[in-house]
Design a protein around this ligand. Structure first.
Ligand code: PGA
Length: 254
């Protein structure tokens, strides 16, 4: 059975002291009530080392929000995969829609980042998702499968198995709007079939498919019932330990 994965994306929130307090409270809640899922948090780069010290010897894993594809060099303001691996990251989020839209990350850059991350034995969480205009134009499946194909082009089976894919409809991120279970089911089923046909049934089946976009405890349970929802990527609701872990707890009820 696939172990679900629940990741908290803190985005550009949390100075050092706040980050340590939040990590501590997640660790202590997990001690008293373990989750039925793999749990990771992605603090800002500046808090990674301090949070790493808090999560050491706990089941809570460390994730980064982005990285550059080159190992080192003249890339002012960037952080590389070897640097993230050295600091103790298990996961790196790639291709988040905020990166694609605000920072103009193209599929080819994301593909190179994926190679860099998996080359360091870290696992990548690749985000895909459509805008509201694209959904209304009936292009959702086309957009997400194209994003997937472009990011995974040329990658081998051994690499694919180290990925999770997060379906994050852009119109649902930070808006309080959610994709309804039927919309999530349709996209996740398509992504699964697409992965299986591209990489074979075995490899395509082990990739975890996460949903992200205004996930809150109140809606988590309706989504964990879906066969192809293997976790969540949580933004706003991950900034407090209780709602974040309540979302993960939805997997206990299955
Ligand atoms: P949100 O963010 O939960 O605040 O909508 C999700 C994300 O951007 O990963």
């Amino acid at each position: 059975m696939t172990v679900p994965l629940v990741v908290g994306n803190w985005k550009m929130n949390g100075k050092l002291a706040e980050s340590v307090v939040l990590a501590k409270s997640i660790v202590s809640r997990l001690k008293t009530k373990p989750a039925n899922a793999e749990i990771a948090i992605a603090p800002p780069f500046t808090a990674l080392a301090a949070v790493r010290d808090e999560v050491r010897n706990s089941p809570l894993k460390l994730a980064a929000q982005n990285c550059h594809w080159e190992p080192s060099g003249a890339f002012t303001g960037e952080v590389s995969a070897p640097m993230l691996s050295e600091i103790g990251c298990h996961f790196v989020i790639l291709g988040h829609s905020e990166r694609r839209q605000i920072f103009h990350e193209a599929d080819d850059m994301i593909r190179k980042k994926l190679i860099a991350v998996t080359g360091q034995n870290m696992r990548a969480i690749l985000c895909v998702g459509e805008t509201l205009d694209q959904r209304q134009a009936g292009k959702t499946i086309d957009i997400v499968t194209t994003q997937l194909d472009n990011a995974l082009k040329g990658l081998s089976k051994g690499v694919i198995e180290n990925l999770a894919i997060a379906y994050e409809p852009v119109w649902a991120i930070g808006t309080g709007l959610n994709a309804n279970p039927e919309q999530v089911r349709e996209v996740h089923n398509c992504l699964r079939i697409h992965l299986q046909s591209g990489f074979g049934a075995a490899s395509g089946s082990v990739v975890r498919l996460l949903y992200g976009g205004s996930v809150k405890p109140e809606i988590a349970a309706s989504l964990t019932k879906l066969d192809e929802v293997n976790g969540f990527l949580v933004g706003g609701a991950s900034l407090l330990a209780e709602p974040f872990l309540a979302i993960a707890d939805a997997f206990n009820e299955n």
